[in-house]
Design a protein around this ligand. Structure first.
Ligand code: ADP
Ligand code: ASP
Ligand code: MG
Length: 399
């Protein structure tokens, strides 16, 4: 039987941790399992590599950046393989390219196009443990590409999709919780969560699983187990839950910090004007979210949010905009966070919004933008209110 496992960055941050993982893998291999192990870069290595490049230029060439960032995972695969081999376990490390992971799309945000699984199947005949570098692959030009931050989850799920239909993701928390346990320590662990809810949670800031990995899992019917590295208890299954009898309206609350809110007043009321604004932002790859627009008296009022680390690109676009429309007035708020409640039961339940507004009223926490999807409601709030808002929502909805 082949099992795909993934260990995240904080689980492989030190040699001691890598050795402890190798001991654990040895017992699993000794029990007769064939293991495909995906690993991330050690600790904060990816951040460090990124900041080295940024010391040279704010905008490094993305081809070279990918080559650099991929180094992090390559360090971990080799060290884990050294640790396993020194224990007498037949193990081999492979880069994404060597493992047959083909990618497409732009550098730093590539997608997996295909996995040539014969390569892995062949290695599994000789080795008990095949270690694959997460987060990377090779594109049609033979260049190394990366899959976007958190992308090792995607590597693991994609390998499981072609090899085993089951994937174990090991991290620094014991599963998926009703809220980030670092923000709300009394959050509860969920035994199961549906693909749709997990996708929404990931998209809204619960980075315990990278969103695209959950999308892939749903598409290819891969059941995911999320658990704490080297712990024998706990864990959450992410799976198809269309059969579940009853769904709670609200199952979890997610948070994105470092949100920049922008509002623009006095835009002349024309479709072309608004389109122009979004074109300027998209040319600079600014990731726009929570758009709302109202038109009144021949003028448009527009507001949206974007990640704070895209501020430089945003400002370039806004400067151009002021040249085109000198009458507009722009307000920015850099200390916002986005808080969202998620629940598949919201599809059928009514009154969730009313209860949320009441929660904000009772706790006296101010909010600004509000947006909704079929299974979530999101608010922008001041970053300093995040803990209090999560606690108030968790109490109200018994999370
Ligand atoms: P890894 O390095 O293993 O990939 P990540 O840091 O990407 O780990 O993801 C794990 C982190 O996700 C946890 O430390 C936790 O703070 C955060 N997190 C956010 N929301 C949730 C949630 N709802 N449940 C569990 N963890 C969450
Ligand atoms: N090392 C990469 C990152 O930090 C990929 C991952 O850990 O999943 O984003
Ligand atoms: Mg992660």
């Amino acid at each position: 039987m082949t099992t795909v496992l993934k260990f995240g960055g904080s689980s492989v941050a030190t040699i001691e941790q890598i050795q402890a993982i190798s001991e654990y893998l040895q017992t699993r291999a000794a029990a007769g399992e064939k293991l495909v192990v995906v690993v991330s870069a050690m600790g904060k290595t990816t951040d460090s590599l990124l900041s080295l490049a940024k010391q040279i230029t704010e905008r490094p060439m993305i081809r070279e950046l990918d080559r650099l960032l991929a180094v992090g995972e390559e360090q971990t695969i080799s060290l884990l393989s050294i640790a396993l081999n020194s224990r007498g376990v037949a193990a081999i490390s492979l880069t994404g390219q060597q493992a047959g992971i083909d990618t497409m799309g732009i550098h730093t945000k590539s997608k997996i196009k295909a996995i040539r699984k014969e390569v892995l199947e062949e290695k599994l005949r000789t080795y008990d443990v095949v270690i694959v570098a997460g987060f990377q692959g090779v594109n049609e030009f033979g260049d190394v590409t990366t899959l976007g931050r958190g992308g090792s989850d995607t590597t693991a799920v994609a390998l499981a999709a072609v090899l085993s239909k089951r994937c174990e993701i090991y991290t620094d928390v014991a599963g998926v919780y009703t809220a980030d346990p670092r923000i709300h320590p009394t959050a509860r662990r969920l035994d199961t969560v549906s693909y749709d809810e997990m996708m929404e949670m990931s998209a809204l800031g619960s980075k315990v699983m990278e969103m695209r990995s959950v999308e892939l899992a749903k598409k290819f019917d891969v059941n995911i187990f999320v658990g704490k590295t080297l712990a024998s208890e706990g864990g959450t299954w992410i799976m198809d839950m269309t059969q579940a009898m009853e769904q709670k309206a609200v199952t979890s609350v997610s948070v994105v910090k470092n949100v920049l809110s922008v509002s623009i007043k006095h835009i002349p009321h024309s479709v072309a004007g608004v389109a122009d604004i979004f074109e300027k932002l998209s040319q600079r790859h600014v990731n726009i979210d929570m758009i709302s627009q109202t038109a009144f008296d021949g003028e448009v009022f527009l507001s949206f949010t974007c990640p704070l680390d895209e501020e430089a690109f945003l400002e370039e676009a806004l400067a151009e905009l002021t040249e085109t429309f000198p009458q507009i007035k722009i307000d920015r708020h850099t200390e916002h966070a986005k808080i969202s409640v998620v629940g598949i039961g919201m599809r059928d339940a009514t009154g969730v919004a009313a209860e949320l507004f009441a929660t904000f009223r009772e706790s006296g926490i101010p909010f600004y933008q509000v947006t909704t999807s079929e299974i979530s409601i999101s608010y922008t709030i001041n970053e300093q209110d995040v803990e209090a808002a999560v606690a108030a929502i968790a109490t109200r909805f018994k999370l």
